[in-house]
Design a protein around this ligand. Structure first.
Ligand code: DGT
Ligand code: CA
Ligand code: CA
Ligand code: ZN
Length: 579
């Protein structure tokens, strides 16, 4: 049975390809497909078990999308999607990942220069042909060349942003998890280590039944575009999104050794294997074995394998051979946070923000359902074009929050604002007005191209403003799509420590901002972090799971994450910055 996750990912693909067909991301149809994809992903009840009529009656689907879901469930594919896939192969779709290349530009490049992918575009750029395309010029050529090299999507080393990889992996693991005999299906490799981009997706399936059934199901999934390799226990496909997926099926007693091996990284594995050799053992994807006798020492669980090698179990996000083995040997790994440790969300939008999708009542109910002790509502400040809110609107929201505090007596509700950091580091409203708020997130939403010194000064100035508790999505990057602003990281960390301003770990998978490399650099400093969802609807309140993993990847200990603190400590800290 096709899962909701698979349906969502195909609807998402349909939206992206329709945008290309129509030359716009904003058409009615594209929005309808995107909305349907979000709805499918959020639904608990399996769509595959529902009648078309009942699907059409759900808010978020329409007659057209319900018809397509029914077709997908019945036949395993959507005719419209198949036609679009023929018109727009993955190499062509990839063009739209380049900043400045929307559907319209991609179509113009194809029409005028027969460009079918990034490689063609690079070649056209090299001979100065792109300036001839209507709407583009010499300046566009420079921008495109720079963007392609910054994204590293030209040539062999092209990588897929984690947001896309997670979507594809989720659909596949859900589908394979439902095959008879399968007890587990999980992404390994760089995805499990939570790198921000992946070369390919590695899926490990544990089955005590017929491995062939898993492989057969895998190669016939709707998301498969091409079968790259086909074997009894391993196979590889190219997904419709252009990502390669490797699947390996193992027996339950091999799970530990297999998941250590396929999680990697290669460097971590090499170091582990050396430890095994030092003890006269060998380590491979099947087991840790005594070389002389062939006796299996450990294989069933990761804990067993690490323990046998004299190590504490190492969280996957740390497995890069950058010091984690020595610490695991001494029992001194960083004390990392888990999702259950989080007691509040401090960056939450309502539909008062132009891009928010659910009302205040719903967002607070969502926070309360997660048993938070505190939450901050942070709609966009007035300086943000289109999406910002006025002083009057904030005053009205304050009254509404006061009323709702009685409904959620166990949760402290802060009224905050997501302020915009201007090029000179100043923020929205005025000091008097801002002192009436309980909380402030300040973020960069414009002027991404200033030089490093100006950007660094800009952030440091905002950090010192008493109305600013935390800097939101510090670099403003969109992974794989837009590079972050240029910052002197050490100077920014120093300013954070000096001002007492926290740095956000934004949970959106396409942001994960501040980046893990910066988090790691802050190790040993007094910088305080916050893991925040920046949710625009209640479903996104669940994105904490990603922020937690980003924090782990950055080696951030629990106690340096302010929203793990009990309410009393947290609220005192928040108020102190504002006085
Ligand atoms: P990626 O896909 O480039 O983002 O990075 P990974 O780490 O997912 O690498 P991948 O897909 O080539 O291989 C998945 C895991 O399998 C890798 O993390 C470790 C293990 N592995 C692959 N090849 C080797 C190898 O030659 N030696 C060892 N020790 N492990 C390997
Ligand atoms: Ca991989
Ligand atoms: Ca692989
Ligand atoms: Zn926000």
């Amino acid at each position: 049975m096709i899962t909701n996750g698979e349906i969502a990912s195909l609807l998402g693909e349909l939206a992206a390809l329709t945008a290309l067909a129509e030359g716009s991301n904003q058409s009615f149809r594209v929005r309808a497909y995107e909305r349907a994809a979000r709805t499918a992903e959020a639904m608990a009840e399996p769509l595959a078990a529902m009648a078309e009529r009942d699907i059409a009656a759900i808010r978020g689907f329409g007659k057209g999308t319900a018809r397509m879901i029914a077709e997908l469930v019945e036949t395993g594919s959507i005719t419209r999607l198949e036609r679009l896939r023929e018109a727009f192969p993955p190499e062509f779709v990839e063009l739209t990942r380049i900043p400045g290349v929307g559907p319209k530009t991609a179509l113009a490049l194809r029409e005028h220069l027969r460009i079918e992918g990034v490689a063609d575009l690079q070649e056209a750029l090299a001979r100065g042909a792109v300036r001839e395309v209507p709407g583009l010029g010499v300046k566009s050529e420079e921008n495109l060349s720079r963007a392609i090299s910054r994204l590293g999507i030209g040539g062999k080393e092209r990588r897929t942003p984690i947001a896309d990889a997670v979507r594809v992996a989720r659909g596949i693991t859900a589908a394979l998890g439902s095959v008879e005999g399968v007890t587990r299906a999980e992404a390994m490799g760089s995805l499990r280590r939570f790198r921000e981009s992946v070369g390919d997706i590695d899926v490990l399936v544990v089955s005590d039944g017929d491995p062939g059934a898993v492989v057969d199901r895998f190669v016939s999934l709707p998301v498969v575009r091409e079968v790259v390799a086909y074997g009894a226990r391993t196979s590889a496909i190219l997904s419709s999104a252009g990502i390669q997926v490797d699947v390996r099926v193992v027996r339950p007693d091999q799970l530990g050794a297999a998941s250590v091996y396929f999680t990697g990284s290669k460097a971590h594995n090499v170091a582990l294997r050396q430890r095994a050799l030092d003890r006269g053992w060998s380590l491979n994807e099947y087991a840790l074995t005594e070389q002389a006798t062939g006796r299996v020492i450990a294989s069933a669980s990761e804990e067993d394998v690490y323990r046998a090698l004299g190590l504490a179990w190492i969280p996957p996000e740390l497995r890069e051979d950058t010091g984690e083995l020595e610490l695991a040997e001494r029992g001194a790994l960083p004390d990392l946070a888990a999702e259950e440790d989080l007691r509040g969300d401090l960056h939450v939008h309502t539909d008062m923000s132009g891009d928010g999708r659910e009302p205040l009542e719903a967002m607070l109910a969502g926070a309360a359902a997660r048993r938070y002790e505190y939450v901050a509502i942070t709609d966009h400040g007035e300086d943000l074009v289109i999406n910002g809110v006025s002083r009057d609107e904030l005053a009205a929201q304050r009254a509404a929050i006061d009323r709702l505090r009685a409904v959620h007596a166990g949760m402290t509700v802060l009224q905050g604002c997501e302020l915009n950091i201007a090029p000179d580091g100043s923020i929205d409203y005025d000091a008097q007005f801002l002192s009436g708020l309980d909380w402030g997130v300040a973020s960069v939403h414009s002027h991404f191209d200033l030089d490093r010194r100006r950007q660094t000064d800009r952030i440091a100035t905002a950090m010192h403003d008493p109305a600013v508790n935390v800097i939101g999505h510090l670099t403003g990057r969109r992974i794989g799509r837009r590079p972050g602003i240029d910052l002197d990281v050490d100077a920014v960390l120093a300013a954070a420590e000096e001002s007492g301003c926290a740095i956000e770990i934004n949970c959106h998978l396409d942001r994960l901002d501040a980046p893990a490399s910066l988090l790691r650099r802050a190790r040993g400093s007094g910088v305080v972090f916050l893991i925040s969802t920046d949710a625009h609807d209640t479903r996104e309140l669940g994105n904490m799971c990603w922020g937690i993993r980003a924090a782990r990847r950055g080696w951030v200990e629990r106690d340096r994450i302010a929203n793990t603190w009990p309410a009393e400590r947290f609220l005192a800290w928040a108020a102190a910055k504002r006085s």
